[in-house]
Ligand binder design. Sequence first.
Ligand SMILES: Nc1ncnc2c1ncn2[C@@H]1O[C@H](COP(=O)(O)OP(=O)(O)O)[C@@H](O)[C@H]1O
Ligand SMILES: Cc1ncc(COP(=O)(O)O)c(N)n1
Length: 270
Amino acid sequence: MSSPLVALTVAGTDSGGAAGVAADLTTFAALGAHGACAVTAVTAQDTVGVRRVVPLSADDVRAQIDAVLEDLPVAVVKTGMLGSAEVAAVVTDLPPGLPLVVDPVLVATSGAELGDAAVVAAYRDHVLARGTVVTPNFDEALRLTGAGPADPREDVALALHALGPAVVLTGGDAEAPTCRDVVVDARGRVRTVEHAAVPTTNDHGTGCTFAAALAVHLASGADLIDAATAAHTFVAAALRTSADWRLGRGRGPVAHTFTPARHNPPTQEK
Ligand SMILES: Nc1ncnc2c1ncn2[C@@H]1O[C@H](COP(=O)(O)OP(=O)(O)O)[C@@H](O)[C@H]1O
Ligand SMILES: Cc1ncc(COP(=O)(O)O)c(N)n1
């Protein structure tokens, strides 16, 4: 009997159910993977903003990760909001060889800061070097590289690649006609994935959903460009599902009720 692929998210909670752990676990499930989670911080958050952040200690996070890794055959780890440099160091200590998708969450869609200068330094100094792929949006990429908003996206993506990982620089923009994600593979080859933009303000949680989907597709054996294309297709379909929803007073959640037709869910033999 084969068992489902196991994916572990290391991320913060969003009480509104749009981003963070909620987005990751629903995405894993929608794509047929079993999701495990290590919570890094609890946020009191809704579609309008972040009211409170309660960080967990590095020991709390390490204990959760150890419990999961000692019991379940984790095929891939995805990180989101880390919250502190100490928690970032725990991620860097993950067993070598375990694929790691790093979504360097620094700012919420609502504008709230979710990662300070110490967290940025930790990403630059050691987390990115441990990562298999990093998936920043443009603002996060600028903070991580020190590049300016006028710099070409390809150059910014290559500057991140120089810090160690493959890169998917996401380009979500509901007001533009298209969204353009720049992909740099492990060998430094640059490709662009471009799709029609879904016009909606219900996009809270898109970055987390994209990175979680990317993690499952990579762990299922897809190469980076195919995994990024499939993850983007999944997010776009979820955005079309929630495009006209009226949930909350701010930027509503991307649909976590969306489940693609699935005939061959990813499995693992371990
Ligand atoms: N309105 C949209 N229409 C289509 N795709 C989108 C839209 N917004 C985001 N995406 C896609 O969702 C993924 C996450 O991107 P992005 O929104 O840049 O992340 P973040 O939430 O971290 O800012 C990317 O593949 C991006 O192209
Ligand atoms: C706990 C947590 N993790 C991540 C995000 C970023 O998601 P988004 O960019 O969609 O606001 C968030 N708002 N909250």
